[in-house]
Write a protein of this length. Sequence first.
Length: 190
Amino acid sequence: MLGKRLGRLVYDLAHLPSVSRFIYLLVIFSGVHTQAPAQDLASTWLMDLDLQTGAPAVLGTTPAGQRGIYPVTGGRFEGPRLRGIVVGGTDWALKRADGSYKIDVRTTLKTDDGHFIYATYGGYITAPPEVLSALESGSYDDLSSDSYYFRTQLTFETGDGQYAWLNGIIAIGVGHTTPTGVAYRIHEIN
């Protein structure tokens, strides 16, 4: 089979004008013919999510960094296709050696029509040291959310058919801290 293909290639090349032969070889060896066209990333607003958090259980400095475990005590979410309350959850936040935070959250949402959705997400908060210090001390009023990077990647699980579309999406949250917890503007990646 390979011999026939190679023979056909040699035959085709021998019967092409030299410029066409060059272009043909360039396309074959560049891999252009096998690459899919690039797609732009697009998103659609999914919801706003406001989480209330309680006082953390601080583990102190572990081999991974400084670990704080924050209970998610409530909150609300609302978007064009779903809305409801935050039942509860936990954020296993980790302050890394560079001062940034790694976020690891699992929470349960309950829609206004009574269905449960499990949301899990990870992400990062990074900022200059003085901004991180202000965030840690609770000086939220003096900070613009533009002064720090707070992004998360969310996935969802539900057994309800009405919201089954959530099981197959990835969403990105742009977060900011609030006096009672954190808030996110969440976009579904199309």
